[in-house]
Design a protein around this ligand. Structure first.
Ligand SMILES: Cc1cc2nc3c(=O)[nH]c(=O)nc-3n(C[C@H](O)[C@H](O)[C@H](O)COP(=O)(O)OP(=O)(O)OC[C@H]3O[C@@H](n4cnc5c(N)ncnc54)[C@H](O)[C@@H]3O)c2cc1C
Length: 293
């Protein structure tokens, strides 16, 4: 199938893009890498009247350290994230996770901003933003807004962005001393969207967590920051403590059922992921044994 007829405008600045969006409201759509927008248009899931192409806006591209914050422009492509030494040094969770996003051809065009604005609940990068406690920077007619990643994702393909706003950048706090991370997803094949996945960022002091952010994806209508992780903070993590935490995790999830998995299968996978994550972060293989009770 082909997309419905649409008009096309190439923005020559952020201001120009915002003017176009303000003039056309929700009849316009922003085009970044096109890896989600174009398939959706070709399937006629959406039929915008105007495409505002921001792909040439160099000011929205690039990765830069500012003090203890890593700034990433919205148009930074997945492949650039994957190859960035700054990201490998200061946010290695992202380096690991982005390698699981689709395939090289898609990573060559797809952008961080596009992935976050698209807000597919099975996407890797939104969950990483929550695990890393990122700030999402958006710009609209009234200026810039900074939104905590935890408040940005509102539901399936739904975010805190208004139709007249652009996502322009992401700010990540750099990894602190004793930081550790974990990333894993279950997918039918490498490069497929996840059936269930977990992105985690932690501070480990000896054999105790002083901070633990577990962001699960593909187990609800948006990425979920697990409250159950708080049960593992500043305590000796025994198999019993971990079992209680994983049972609490299953209770806080509301997974969807689809052709890939039932809700109960997704709850089970989330518990397995939590157990493996905690075992890996603490260097305690004994904790990953014994199933996901
Ligand atoms: C076969 C295939 C497999 C894929 N597998 C995965 C996968 O495993 N994991 C995964 O996470 N993704 C996957 N993707 C999606 C891919 O990662 C896309 O790159 C990403 O979802 C969107 O990025 P984009 O730059 O292409 O955005 P676009 O397609 O250009 O835009 C996506 C949406 O975001 C909006 N938008 C884009 N940029 C902005 C902005 N700066 N401000 C406001 N709104 C904006 C657009 O209007 C549109 O609604 C897959 C895609 C394909 C085709």
């Amino acid at each position: 199938m082909k997309a419905s007829a649409f008009s096309y405008a190439r923005a020559n600045s952020v201001t120009n893009a915002l003017e176009l969006l303000a003039a056309h409201g929700d009849r316009a759509k922003v085009l970044s890498g096109g890896q989600s927008l174009m398939p959706a248009m070709n399937l006629r899931l959406i039929s915008p009247e105007l495409i505002v192409d921001i792909g040439e806006l160099k000011e929205l591209r690039g990765i830069a350290m500012r003090g203890d914050v890593l700034g990433i422009g919205a148009l930074t492509r997945h492949v650039e994230l994957q190859r960035s030494p700054d990201i490998a040094a200061h946010a290695p969770l992202l380096t690991e996770a982005v390698a699981q996003v689709a395939h090289p051809a898609i990573r060559n065009r797809g952008t961080l901003g596009g992935s976050l604005a698209h807000a597919d609940p099975a996407s890797e990068l939104p969950a990483c933003m929550i695990a890393l406690d990122a700030t999402i920077v958006v710009c609209g007619p009234k200026g810039e807004r900074r939104i905590a990643a935890g408040d940005f994702f509102k539901g399936i393909y739904d975010t805190a962005l208004s139709p007249d706003e652009l996502l322009i950048a992401v700010e990540l706090p750099v990894a602190r001393e004793n930081s550790a991370h974990f990333f894993h997803e279950f997918a039918r094949r490498h490069g497929d969207y996840a059936v269930a996945g977990l992105a985690a960022q932690a501070i480990v002091d000896g054999d105790v967590f002083t901070d633990l952010r577990l962001a699960l994806f593909a187990v609800g209508d948006r990425p979920v920051l697990a409250k159950a992780a708080n049960r593992l903070l500043k305590v000796a993590v025994t198999p019993a403590v971990l079992s209680e935490a994983s049972a609490a995790l299953a209770g806080e999830l509301d997974p969807q059922e689809d052709q890939q998995a039932s809700a109960s299968m997704r709850r089970h996978l989330a518990k397995v992921l939590m157990r493996r994550c905690v075992a890996a972060l603490l260097g305690r293989p004994d904790l990953s044994a014994g199933g996901a009770a």
